[in-house]
Design a protein. Structure first.
Lengths: 274, 223, 485
């Protein structure tokens, strides 16, 4: 968790951090941003990354994509390989040193940068400063479009019903589900339908899905059933980890329903080329 | 080394060099949302207690013995356990003396061991006073005494409780402060918020698990 | 003669995953849990309709427990002093064996044969029923749910609703078989059957054993909450009352229980208060007519001081045993409480049990979570359960010869092979050249991706990388954009 847990003495009893204040957003759109593409988008959903770039460029923002980037370190971190996660995180830190926003088309990776890097570097005061500064300018894509770009989307697509699945850490760490809902509400021909146990985990959980395949499988089976029963034509998510899980399961079940990254959907609905 | 010394030793070692966390108890948080006007208190208490199957009757200082006698008759209860030395016990005795034919009165006037079987098997109802009530949670405050021992409000299947309207407090915090509980607690103090219940089978609520099946509260509006 | 006597059988210790697999295949069990947990979640949400109040109350609950922990040894001594002054005998036990020994010696001193128990998770932790039964002492559960599971030789599957894995039909059959009563699925009738049986037991019992929800240092008061009245019976009718509790249950002031009580009952069952809040400050006084002649308190450590030694893990001891974490846990909801094997199931069980029995005995506990965070979100005392689970994973994969000894059984999942893989992963992801090379081959050779990639393909089609990586596409696109500028 965040450094707020730490009292002056390392062995002091910890108290919960103060209740979070609503995040303050810059009043003006920046002229350029970094895109942290994330490893899953890079290798499995590159079009989502490209559509994120298109959406940002349409707002008149220049996007930088540091070619040295790889992974935020979360898989190792959540598996308990903290040292390995720190090595990777350290290599990423240096790549996003400029003082402008880092936009991440993935809620859970954005959460890693914003919430957990501080824990990784808690014993390195110098790095911690850098980490705090990075956290302060890291945004999940939907959040950035909504509150920094203040986008007004104009829907040009046919009527469609969609279901929105939000990654758990993104939901709990950053309210990403609310941001997604708000963006979709701007699209006049898009009807967002709720699905049963919407706030429940899809069962991915990174390495959990391969360490505990029985339990993870039961979770994704329930999730895909709920999505199918929702009547949605399409599943949207701002998290490619969840999408790999949900789409992989739907494909195995030989279902036609698929999940798409929110960025791709937004871009397609608002005049972006397919 | 004793277990106590070992445990405390380990704990102290783990806290070496630290300072205790300051007390930031937020009184407003546990009182403000749970503050009521005089008119609100009875309805608030009633709403919560009735929601968990408590039977509530509004009555007065003059009329409650009559109401009680009626309720006993309605339920066909053959006897009532009372605390004869309390003011309300005396009121009942007096009313009973003037109205022959009412259910028998029993007194809890000897140690439980001396009449345990009768208490468990042949005591269908009891009447106790209360120290007041808490509107916020719908709870009666009961401090068992020598006159009204602990089991009086627990073993008989029907428990009648007398409550003076003026003694309904807003919340638990206020009660602790007013009665200065922190300065001294009795051997047993209770909050009772309804008849005994359980939802242990399929979450289906069933009343009368181990304690009273019925809790009947007589609120004396004029007292 | 049963077959186990004729043919010596070896008890096979099933592991978490085997039990989970079985539980997942039991549709009745799945339905029982899903229905119950849905209902408990709905009730909690309704009880905390004001989010502002809820969050501030949770913060206060956290700070009260943290304050108590920050002076725990002093408060324990203060509690002992005040209880002793009130006439309660206080005992200290470092281990479960010691605690059971203390209970047994009190029982023996009274030549007691029958013990009646109120609901107590610490007594589950001690496996007190088994311990006493082996010594020919009847130890009967009196909480309806606990009574049901004891009758069926099971463990509780939930800390608040011990028999939640059973439906009324299953309880009906159990009562019919074991008590010889007529089969009925009517819950009211079933409860009345339990009431009749247990009333007699309360009447006969020599000793009552209970747990404690909060032990108030300031006044020397043991506070117990319950709905059934069995807790009051247990602590009032038998001549001797023994309360057993963990050392973390102490709070500083009486007023501290006001918010904690509210958090406990609303988080657990969505109710503003339980039917009974029983505050015990001593045995029967000379002039009183009922109540136990003797009251004992057994303070149990059993690994708690180990959790206490680490400031992050210490937060585990904030727990007030409401069960909200399991009610909201997608894993618990699907596998049920018995899968966890030990007394405390669900998220809290996963972080507290390793301290009690050692990580090596429950090696899968930290991993059995998607870290979705639902538990941490609802915890009334703000235990960062997901962060602690992650931390336990770290302890679990540590090399056994690691100099820093945090907990018993640490390193139980250490694997040189796995560590090697993660080292390679770190190397790959921290070296742009290696990563690009990897991405190049993964995308260009995507046709060669195996169709069976172990456990992943159990639930999913084989993953197939995209034809080109975002690195490639972005480089090309941004270069063009650059030219245009």
């Amino acid at each position: 968790m965040s450094e707020l847990f730490y009292n002056a003495v390392p062995n002091a009893t910890r108290v919960a951090p103060p209740l979070p204040e609503p995040r303050q957003y810059p009043s003006e759109k920046p002229s350029r941003v970094y895109l942290f593409g994330t490893c899953v988008v890079d290798l499995f959903y590159p079009e989502a990354g490209m559509d994120a770039i298109h959406l940002l460029e349409r707002e008149g923002i220049r996007v930088e994509y540091p070619q040295g980037q790889s992974c935020c370190g979360q898989p190792a971190y959540t598996s308990g390989y903290t040292e390995q996660a720190r090595t990777v995180a350290r290599s990423q830190l240096a790549l996003f040193a400029g003082d402008y926003p880092v936009v991440v088309p993935s809620g859970s990776c954005a959460g890693m940068l914003r919430e957990h890097y501080a824990d990784l570097f808690k014993d390195e005061p110098q790095t911690l400063k850098q980490v705090r500064a990075l956290a302060a300018r890291t945004y999940e894509l939907a959040e950035f479009l909504l509150f920094v770009c203040k986008v007004q989307l104009k829907d040009s697509g046919e009527p469609v019903k969609v279901a929105l699945h939000t990654s758990c850490s993104a939901r709990r760490e950053m309210n990403t589900h609310l941001h997604g809902r708000e963006l979709l509400a701007q699209l006049s021909n898009v009807e967002r339908v709720n699905h049963d146990h919407e706030s429940e985990c899809c069962g991915f959980g990174g390495t959990f899905s391969v360490r505990m395949p029985d339990i993870s499988g039961a979770m994704v089976a329930d999730k895909t059933r709920a999505l199918k029963e929702s009547g949605a034509h399409k599943v949207l998510s701002a998290d490619c980890g969840c999408l790999i899980n949900i789409n992989g399961a739907l494909e195995k079940q030989k279902e036609a329903l698929r999940g798409q990254h929110l960025a791709s959907f937004l871009w397609q609905r608002t005049g972006g080329a397919k | 080394m004793s277990a106590k010394q070992n445990i405390l030793g380990k704990l102290r070692k783990s806290l070496t060099g630290t300072t205790p966390i300051a007390d930031d108890f937020d009184v407003d948080l546990v009182t403000q949302p749970y503050t009521y006007s005089a008119e609100q208190r009875i309805p608030q208490l009633r709403k919560l207690m009735e929601a968990v199957h408590t039977e509530i009757h509004l009555t007065s200082g003059a009329e409650w013995p009559m109401l009680l006698a009626q309720l006993l008759r309605d339920r066909q209860l053959p006897s009532l356990l009372i605390a004869p030395t309390t003011p309300h016990g005396q009121r009942i005795a007096q009313h009973w003396a003037n109205n022959p034919g009412l259910p028998a009165l029993k007194s809890y006037d000897r140690p439980m061991e001396e009449w345990k079987a009768e208490l468990f098997n042949d005591t269908p109802a009891s009447l106790t006073g209360t120290l007041g009530a808490i509107a916020a949670t719908g709870s009666l405050i009961i401090w068992p005494t020598r006159e009204e021992p602990r089991l009086m409000s627990l073993v008989p299947p029907v428990h009648f409780a007398l409550l003076k309207a003026s003694e309904i407090r807003d919340n638990f915090y206020q009660v602790q402060q007013e009665f200065e509980w922190a300065q001294g607690m009795p051997t047993n103090a209770l909050l009772v918020s309804g008849p005994s219940k359980t939802a242990d089978i399929e979450q289906v609520l069933a009343y009368g698990a181990h304690g009273p099946k019925d809790l009947v509260v007589l609120i004396l509006e004029d007292q | 003669m049963s077959t186990s006597v004729i043919i010596p059988t070896v008890a096979v210790e099933e592991d978490f995953r085997t039990r989970a697999h079985k539980a997942l295949g039991d549709q009745q069990l799945r339905n029982n849990f899903r229905t119950a947990m849905d209902s408990l979640m709905t009730k909690r949400a309704a009880a905390f309709s004001d989010a502002h109040e809820r969050e501030h109350l949770r913060a206060l609950g956290n700070s009260i427990k943290a304050r108590a922990l920050s002076k725990l040894p002093d408060l324990l001594e203060q509690l002992e002093q005040n209880l002793t002054r009130n006439g309660v005998t206080v005992h200290w036990a470092e281990t479960v064996d010691e605690a059971n020994g203390i209970v047994l010696s009190i029982i023996r001193a009274h030549e007691a044969r029958q013990v009646i128990k109120g609901k107590s998770m610490v007594s589950e932790e001690m496996e007190m029923n088994h311990f006493l039964e082996a010594r020919d002492i009847e130890c009967l559960e009196s909480d309806m749910g606990e009574y049901i599971v004891q009758l069926d030789h099971e463990k509780p599957s939930h800390i608040i609703m011990p028999a939640i894995h059973k439906n009324a039909g299953q309880v009906a059959s159990l009562f019919h078989d074991k008590l010889g009563v007529e089969y009925t699925k009517d819950v009211d009738q079933l409860i009345q059957i339990g009431r009749r049986v247990l009333r007699q037991k309360f009447f006969e019992a020599d000793i009552g054993v209970s747990g404690v929800n909060f032990a108030v240092a300031e006044t020397g008061t043991l506070l117990l909450v319950e709905n059934e009245g069995n807790g009051r019976m247990t602590t009032t009718v038998p001549p001797v009352h023994i309360a057993v509790t963990g050392i973390e249950k102490v709070v500083e002031n009486l007023r501290d229980v006001v918010p904690l009580l509210s958090l406990l009952t609303r988080s657990a069952l969505g109710i503003p208060i339980t039917t009974y809040v029983n505050m015990i400050s001593g045995p029967r006084k000379d002039h009183e007519l009922d109540g136990p002649q003797e009251v004992h308190l057994v303070l149990l450590d059993n690994g708690r001081s180990q959790a206490f030694a680490d400031s992050e893990l210490r937060q585990t001891l904030n727990c007030i045993r409401c069960g909200a974490c399991m009610n909201h846990c997608p894993v618990y909801t699907r596998v049920g409480g018995h899968t966890y094997g030990e007394g405390y199931p669900g998220p809290i069980g996963k972080i507290i049990t390793p301290h009690m029995v050692g990580l090596a005995k429950v090696p899968d506990h930290p991993s059995a979570s998607s870290l979705c965070g639902a538990c941490g979100e609802v915890c009334p005392v703000k235990i960062p359960i997901p962060a602690i689970l992650r931390r336990l994973r770290e302890e679990n994969v540590k090399a056994p010869d690691s100099p820093h000894q945090v907990m018993r059984g640490q390193g139980s999942k250490y694997s040189r092979k796995e560590r090697f893989i993660w080292n390679a992963w770190a190397k790959l992801n921290s070296s742009p050249t290696l990563y690009r090379l990897f991405a190049f081959f993964a995308t260009r050779l995507r046709a060669l991706t195996p169709s069976n990639v172990g456990p992943w393909t159990q639930n999913h089609s084989a993953p197939k990388p995209a034809a080109r990586s975002l690195h490639d596409m972005a480089r090309e696109h941004l270069a063009k954009q650059g030219e245009r500028r």
